[in-house]
Design a protein around this ligand. Structure first.
Ligand SMILES: [Zn+2]
Length: 366
């Protein structure tokens, strides 16, 4: 490692994304980048080829496959966590994930007791090992979506509920990401997770976040996709949800900087304009509470989709090309995060004073 500055590709990438700053040799950047500045050029030369590969991979996102998965998921009578269908949805998803992600698929089983009734439920996980993980079992990124759904009246356990936007759209994106990334050589470990019990109050993610914490598994970041197929703000608008406050405050700055990082990615790889917003009640909350850096992508439909938690939340109401755009953004985010120097532990460097100062500085520029 040259130095923690030089290996801070995160800072370099953000700086590189802002060409004006680099060409002007902005003194504020260079003040913090005595070692970074000479390396920016190196990074940019290196990234030309890898950058092309990233664009090629992003263009593999297939809207027909996304639509088929949304259709399949919403054709289950319901995916209500307490319904008789949830188990068959889980097995179907496990098999789909196996076909896209490969052999590293398994159930994370958990039991939830609610109103004196016990529910045996499943999260579905796929691990993809990175080439430079060096036996480090900690994934760089956990990318998740919940597969359960509900009707407005949550006690209507067995009522018809297609849940296309909420959240077949996010699950379809995870399957497509797994499909494409299975053919991409990533440096770092990545974990795909499909949760049950979200609509009941983040059951699956809460149990899983605690399970990971108990096993001392740490992430550099957790990205969640919840409702990404119905664009009420317009076909080119997406919301990036970042963490502000909640249970732990020391992780806030990293979440916000990651959000800014993704903003740049959106403009480079997609037609999407981004709006930053603080986290809603999603599966990210339990991960935030265990200290992780969390980011959500969301279409804004939780307030504005008239079909939300309704029998009318069907595939035909979605814009599949929009879903494909947000999937591209998620994919480009993973690919760009993967290019960062993991050994510098950019996101995990929460005890690294220098890194903190850098990230704080980056933030002050927004
Ligand atoms: Zn949802």
């Amino acid at each position: 490692m040259i130095s923690s500055f030089a290996s801070s590709s995160y800072a370099i990438s953000i700086a590189a994304a802002n060409a004006t700053e680099i060409t002007n040799h902005d003194h504020r950047v260079c003040l913090f980048s005595v070692v970074i500045c000479p390396n920016i050029q190196v990074h940019r030369e290196e990234s030309k080829e890898t950058g092309d590969k990233r664009h090629l991979a992003v263009n593999l996102v297939n809207s027909t496959k996304l639509k088929d998965w949304v259709d399949d998921l919403s054709s289950f009578h319901t995916r209500h966590t307490k319904s008789e269908f949830i188990e068959s949805v889980a097995y179907w998803l496990k098999s789909e994930l196996q076909s896209t992600c490969g052999d590293g698929v398994y159930f994370h089983n958990y039991t939830q007791i609610d109103q004196e009734t016990s529910y045996n439920l499943k999260n579905i996980i796929c691990n993809k090992e990175g080439s430079m993980a060096n036996g480090n079992s900690n994934p760089l990124i956990l990318i998740s979506a919940h597969y359960d759904n509900r009707m407005q009246n949550i006690s209507q356990t067995n009522a018809r509920a297609p849940g296309a936007d909420d959240n077949a759209s996010g699950v379809a994106a995870i399957l497509e990401l797994a499909r494409i990334l299975s053919k991409v050589n990533l440096k770092n470990n990545i974990q795909f997770v499909l949760f049950s019990g979200e609509e009941q109050g983040q059951w699956g993610s809460t149990v899983y976040a605690k399970h990971l914490q108990a096993n001392d598994t740490r992430f550099n970041t957790v990205v969640n996709l919840d409702m990404i197929g119905y664009p009420p703000h317009g076909l080119n608008k997406v919301i990036i949800e970042y963490d502000l406050g909640n249970k732990i405050t020391t992780n806030d700055i990293y979440s916000k900087n990651t959000a800014h990082f993704i903003e740049n990615i959106a403009s480079e790889y997609t037609n999407l304009e981004t709006t930053l917003r603080t986290l809603g009640k999603t599966d990210l909350i339990p991960f935030e509470a265990t200290g992780n850096i969390v980011i959500g992508l969301h279409d804004g439909g939780s307030e504005l989709n008239p079909n939300y938690h309704n029998v009318s939340d069907t595939t035909s109401t979605l814009d599949i090309e929009y879903l494909a755009s947000v999937t591209k953004l998620a994919l480009a985010t993973i690919l760009n995060l993967d290019e960062l120097d993991h050994t510098s532990s950019v996101f995990g460097a929460q005890n690294d004073r220098i890194m903190k100062e850098q990230l704080l500085f980056m933030d002050s520029k927004h």
